[in-house]
Design a protein around this ligand. Sequence first.
Ligand SMILES: Cc1ncc(COP(=O)(O)O)c(C=O)c1O
Length: 425
Amino acid sequence: MSADASVDPTRESRLDLDFVRRHFPAFDVDADQSFFENAGGSFACRQTIDALTHYYTATKVQPYAEYSASAAAGVAMDRSRERWAEALGVATREVVFGPSTSMNTYVLAQAFAATLGPNDVVVVTNQDHEANTGAIRRAAERVGCTIREWRTDATTGLLAIDEFAALLDDRTALVTVPHASNIIGQENDIARITTMAHAVGARVVVDGVSFVPHTLPDVAALDADVYLFSLYKTYSVHQGLMVVRNGLLDELPNQSHFFNDGVADKRLNPAGPDHAQVAAAGAVLDYVVALHAHHGGSVDDRLRTAASSVSSLWRAHEDSLTRRLLDVLADRDDVRLLGPAEVGATDLHRCPTVAFVPLRHEPAHVAHELVQRGVQTSSGHYYAARVLDGLGVDPDRGVVRLSFVHYTSPADLDRAVAALDEVLT
Ligand SMILES: Cc1ncc(COP(=O)(O)O)c(C=O)c1O
């Protein structure tokens, strides 16, 4: 089942790219470059930049007091949380902002450790970015849990659901898994994974960082107990957003000051909130609404409806570009493409995060030469050293990664394809 059944993967691309790109001021600055490092961090849309500027200009005070600037700051912060909850299909109190996904998982790991013991099993994968596995592994080891690793296929890098079934039993207390790997790109079937894990009473933590920039998910439908992603890769501010559901928010021990125990958005966030960024975090949803309205929706539609229809538009556009890049790379005998060579082999999304190992040159050399040709990318292990290791790729040499999103144009892709042809041979 697709993460969001209302996203139709077969829909033709009808995204108005000029309209899209007009919302990203970064294109006016680096107009002669093609940006292919979106999985590292996307450009911010104009609404995000305006909201940050407004906060710093008009309401840069301690929020939630009575005077007007302070009250307005508090209203903006609350509104971001409410709007993201609506867009993700969850309750407002389930949304927690934190400094980053790495910090959010670190805090979660401390909280989970206090609930786990030597009789418990924690299932982790080697497909994860280190942020979603390292802290949990260390915390689980500290309290004597058994750690079972759901390993990727050594050739494809994919996680097989049958192997997951074999790791579950009534001792399994926690499962951590990526919605999509930042190297392999393929969406994992989270709805199925949570159903299987819940059947044995386990909690499920999902890293959605590499997925959400491409599809704004219906988190309630996925039924993950924790769903994390990074707003700065989703056209927004540098914050992590964490949804904590199914009663887990109250079940986990408070990680904040003792008097914050009953405060939903603070108990799993010991950091003082970055007021300006939280206040500006919801502005990207104005962009989503504008896009939805421009393509035939209504500004009065629910945010969940707009999020779903815009995701469908994004996906159709991305898929047509991804198909082209994958075809080019799959045809070459001088690269090893990681992850699926096809888009749409299943109804799960193959995200446009495309990593490959050049066989005739060093990855760093290829990345350097691509940059010389206006293709902004890099090389490395991208904090996903375990998945590379599992594929027999040396994490120290790493891979070249071309990652793009809905604002990437066919002309950007033409440039990347031409540059690859020159650089790889
Ligand atoms: C898949 C994935 N998970 C988690 C993270 C960590 O996110 P953050 O930078 O917000 O800590 C990243 C960052 O690159 C990532 O790509």
